[in-house]
Design a protein around this ligand. Structure first.
Ligand code: TRP
Length: 472
């Protein structure tokens, strides 16, 4: 059977944007931005998206399009070494961890969307009465399990329909809908009384916070940048593996990053004015996963036209979450299809069955959820991306440059070599460094020793990987 491919270039770009745009932009981004002081965080985050995210994204594309296989098959076939297959296996494992909590949050969203629709019809929105209690009920226990399963089933149905007939068609409709609704919501939010204060918090560039806390911002900003660009578990490798023509990867990558960033910034322009209008100071509300739900639900409950706006808002978030969930599940599905010749339907059934269980654990156990959604995912993504980039730089080497240049314009030809140096050397060091700061190592041993430690870890990785290549 020939392997599936995207029908059009736009189809690939939209599917990748669909993957990138998700809960990360609308739920995680405002929350993390608020926790880290607003505009200063935004500045660091945008810098990391540009300098780490885009080159990293291109690294994933180069692996995927070169190998035309799932992450395990890709790392194995490009290196000619079985051991690299295990690194691919690590990515698949991480993707399953990721989807286990992601699907639970997707379930919360579906429930809020459903209750908003019911409210439009009956004039009574259940979660309006007591947003805090409503979130408590929605986010844990058997209800959360049930909605997680519905969300997962929706994603699986699209996966079963295939690359062209499912993912490509679905994202082609979903992306314009998301943009349109968000712009409308942003305009509505700008008319609310807290808008001015919110824009100041969010957009006024604040040099002093930046200077005082630059290194403290790096870890969360890097984590958010990887999360939002779907880097570190093999999503982008998998999506690029369905490309059949050599078009410009740098162009596509930049387009995807720009569109994703626009949605993230737009989401902030919707969320912050609502919170400020209600007098909820972001960052002061004990934040965490639920604060945004509680705060927004409270805002919708009090503002004129709130039910309609809530319906539109949760529709956006549900669509965005679904198109991302698909891209996470597709990694394992493509693995089973490529490596074991399973039919898509069976592969999706197997993966879905497994995630039904692991996600339910997250839904039932708040402590597991908290650990997985916070620290664990940050670590897995950072390690996963660093491993892939070292692979691109040190195992693929020249091949990576060739693949990068295929179909790229003249600018792409010129930047190929500096790009490879960046992804093979600078970015892994940076990623190890952020990992060390996540563990608070810099606090214990100081800044420069941490830099030295990061360089040492990176060199150790290069040395062991060089020998890996000579095995071939
Ligand atoms: N980027 C998506 C979001 O912002 C989530 C996502 C999809 C993801 N695939 C991923 C995150 C791979 C990390 C790795 O919601």
């Amino acid at each position: 059977m020939t392997r599936e491919t995207w029908a059009t270039r736009a189809g690939f770009i939209l599917a990748a944007v669909g993957s990138a745009v998700g809960l990360g932009n609308i739920w995680r981004f405002p929350w993390i931005t608020a926790e880290n002081g607003g505009s200063a965080f935004l500045a660091v985050y945008l810098g990391i998206v540009l300098l780490v995210g885009v080159p990293g994204l291109l690294g994933m594309f180069v692996i995927g399009r070169r190998a035309k296989r799932n992450p395990v098959g890709a790392l194995r076939s490009l290196s000619g070494s079985n051991r690299w297959g295990f690194a691919g296996g690590f990515l698949i494992f991480s993707s399953l961890v990721l989807i286990s909590f992601y699907s639970v949050v997707g379930g919360w969203i579906l429930r809020y969307f459903g209750e908003s629709v019911v409210g439009l019809v009956t004039g009574h929105v259940r979660y309006f009465a007591n947003p805090g209690a409503a979130f408590g009920a929605a986010s844990a226990g058997l209800d959360a399990v049930a909605f997680h399963l519905v969300f997962l089933a929706l994603a699986a149905v699209i996966i079963v329909a295939g690359i062209r007939g499912g993912i490509e068609i679905a994202t082609k409709w979903m992306m314009p809908a998301i943009f349109t609704l968000l712009v409308g919501l942003g305009i509505w939010a700008s008319t609310q009384s807290g808008a001015a204060e919110a824009y100041a918090f969010y957009l006024r560039f604040d040099v002093s916070t930046l200077q005082n806390n630059f290194f403290g911002l790096l870890g969360p900003a890097a984590g958010q940048a990887l999360f939002t660009l779907s880097l570190g578990v093999g999503t982008m490798i998998t999506y690029a593996s369905y490309l059949d023509e050599d078009r410009s990867l740098p162009f596509d990558g930049a387009t995807i990053a720009v569109l994703n960033t626009i949605v993230g910034v737009l989401a902030g322009l919707v969320v912050f004015p609502l919170l400020f209008t209600l007098g909820i100071e972001p960052g002061q509300t004990g934040t965490g996963a639920g604060a945004l739900f509680v705060g927004l639900a409270g805002a919708f409950a009090q503002l004129p036209g709130g039910t309609l706006v809530a319906t539109a808002f949760f529709a956006v978030v549900a669509l965005a979450a679904l198109s991302s969930a698909i891209s996470i599940l597709e990694i394992s599905v493509s693995f089973l299809v490529d490596e074991y010749g399973l039919a898509r339907r069976r592969a999706a059934g197997l993966v879905g069955g497994l995630v039904a269980v692991t996600g339910s654990v997250c839904a039932l156990e708040p402590s597991v959820f908290g650990f997985v959604a916070g620290t664990l995912v940050d670590i897995l993504l950072t390690v996963g991306l660093a491993v892939c980039l070292v692979f691109v730089g040190w195992v693929m080497g020249r091949d990576a440059i060739t693949e990068f240049r295929n179909g790229a314009g003249s600018l792409g030809q010129t930047i190929a070599t500096p790009w490879l140096f960046g992804v093979g050397v600078l970015l892994p060091i940076f990623l190890v460094f952020t990992l060390l700061t996540t563990f608070g190592v810099d606090g214990k041993i100081g800044f420069w020793p941490t830099v030295v430690a990061a360089v040492a870890v990176a060199i150790a990785a290069f040395v062991s990987l060089r020998s890996e290549r000579s095995v071939v």
